[in-house]
Design a protein around this ligand. Structure first.
Ligand code: MRU
Length: 353
C-alpha cells in the first residue's frame, strides 16, 4: 500500500538516516538526510519526522549516528557516551513514550554488548547497535500490520469513520496505527468513507492523512476540526479511529490536541471510539493520564497560519500539542497483540507486558 518511505537507514554502520520531510507535504515530496544526532534532534523537534512510532524508530537510528562519533576509546567510555547522546535525543519531544522506549532499548543493547564482549572493537558495537535499530524498525512494521488485521472488523461496511491528526504510514515505519485497519479494510474490498479532521494548528490531518488516504484510493473527505460534532449529530460518522502518543496503565490515552473533544462527542452520540496503538506506546509506569507530560509548542504555530501572522502581535497563546482521553471514553484499544475492549488496568496488563 505504502508507496513512499517515511524513514530509512541508508548504508552500513557509516550510513545516515533518510527522512521524508513531513513539514513540506503535500506540496513537496522531498527527503532529508540526518548525519548527526543534532540533525535528528532538530528533525524530531520541528516535525520533519513525527508520529509516536516513527519518532521511536528514528531515535533508535539516532543512536547509530551517535555511535559514528565515538573515537577509539574504551568500550565502557563508549557506552557512557551513547547514554549521554540518548539523553540528549530524549529531550527532543516529551509526550510520545515510543521515543524513550526506543532509546532505553538502544542503551541496554550498548550496555549488554559491552558487558558480554569486553575486548570488542568500537565497530563491533556500532554493528550491534545498527542491528538492534533495524530490528526496532522491522518490529514496528509488523506491529502496524497486526493492528490492521486486529482492527479491520471495526471499519463499518458502507459506513463512515472519522480520524484525527495523522496516525498513518507517515507516523510509523509501517502502514500506521489508526489508519492500518482502514488500509486493511480497503485491501479486503470493503466500501466505506473516511472523514479527516484538518487538525489545527499544524494540519497533520489535511496535509498528511488526506494525502495518504487519497493515494490509497480511499473515499476521503476533509473537514475542519469544529465540524465533527455536527456530522455526528447528522448520523454521518459510524466510528472514530485515532492513534496515541502514550497510554497509561489505566487506559487513559494521550493523542493530538482535539482528540479528547472528539471522544466526548462520540460518547454523547453513542459512536464507538477506537484508539489504535502498538505495545511500545503503553507506559505502564504511569497510573493514569494526568501523569503524562504534555508538550507545549511555540505560540507562532497558532498565531500564524502558513507563515502569515493571523492574530494581533503579542497576543497570549496557549498551545498544548496533546490532550488525554480518559479510558471510559474509549470503546477499545486496538494493539498488535489483541483488542482491549472497555480498557481497564487489569485487561491492559493481561495483554501488554
Ligand atoms: O505532533 P505529532 O504530529 O507527532 O502528533 C502525532 C499524533 O498525535 C498521532 O496521532 C500519534 O503520534 C499516533 S501516530 C501512529
Amino acid at each position: 500500500m505504502k508507496n513512499f518511505t517515511t524513514l530509512q537507514w541508508k548504508g552500513d554502520i557509516d550510513g545516515c538516516l533518510e527522512l521524508t520531510d513531513q513539514r513540506k507535504l503535500p506540496a513537496q515530496f522531498i527527503t532529508i538526510q540526518c548525519k548527526t544526532p543534532e540533525q535528528l534532534f532538530d528533525a524530531i523537534k520541528t516535525l520533519a519526522v513525527r508520529g509516536a512510532p516513527a519518532i521511536g524508530v528514528a531515535a533508535a537510528f539516532g543512536i547509530c549516528l551517535a555511535a559514528q562519533q565515538l573515537d577509539k576509546s574504551k568500550l565502557s567510555d563508549a557506552v557512557r557516551r551513547i547514554e549521554q547522546q540518548a539523553d540528549f535525543l530524549s529531550k527532543s519531544r516529551p509526550t510520545a513514550v515510543n521515543l524513550f522506549w526506543a532509546l532505553e532499548r538502544m542503551k541496554k543493547t550498548a550496555h549488554d554488548f559491552a558487558a558480554e564482549n569486553p575486548g570488542a572493537a568500537i565497530d563491533d558495537l556500532r554493528q550491534c547497535l545498527l542491528t538492534e535499530a533495524r530490528k526496532i524498525y522491522a518490529q514496528d512494521v509488523q506491529m502496524c500490520h497486526n493492528i490492521g488485521i486486529n482492527g479491520e472488523e471495526f471499519v463499518p461496511v458502507g459506513g463512515s469513520v472519522l480520524t484525527h491528526c495523522n496516525a498513518g504510514a507517515l507516523a510509523t515505519a509501517g502502514d500506521g496505527t489508526a489508519l492500518a485497519p482502514i488500509f486493511e479494510a480497503q485491501r479486503k474490498g470493503k466500501k466505506f468513507k473516511v472523514y479527516v479532521d484538518e487538525t489545527r494548528p499544524l494540519l497533520q490531518g489535511a496535509r498528511l492523512t488526506a494525502w495518504e488516504l487519497q493515494q490509497a484510493g480511499i473515499d476521503t473527505t476533509l473537514i475542519c476540526d469544529n465540524m465533527a460534532g455536527a456530522l455526528m449529530k447528522d448520523g454521518k460518522i459510524n466510528a472514530v479511529f485515532v492513534g496515541a502518543d502514550r497510554i497509561a496503565a489505566n487506559g487513559d490515552a494521550a493523542n493530538k490536541i482535539g482528540t479528547y473533544s472528539i471522544s466526548v462527542l462520540a460518547k454523547e452520540h453513542k459512536i464507538p471510539f477506537y484508539v489504535a496503538a502498538p505495545s511500545s506506546t503503553f507506559d505502564l509506569k504511569l497510573q493514569n493520564g494526568s501523569q503524562i507530560p504534555i508538550e507545549q509548542r511555540p505560540a507562532e504555530e497558532i498565531a500564524c497560519f502558513m507563515n502569515v501572522q493571523i492574530a494581533p502581535p503579542n497576543v497570549n497563546v496557549y498551545n498544548p500539542a496533546f490532550d488525554v482521553t480518559p479510558a471510559e471514553n474509549i470503546t477499545a484499544i486496538i494493539t498488535e497483540k489483541g483488542v482491549i475492549r472497555c480498557p481497564t488496568e487489569e485487561k491492559i496488563r493481561q495483554i501488554i507486558v
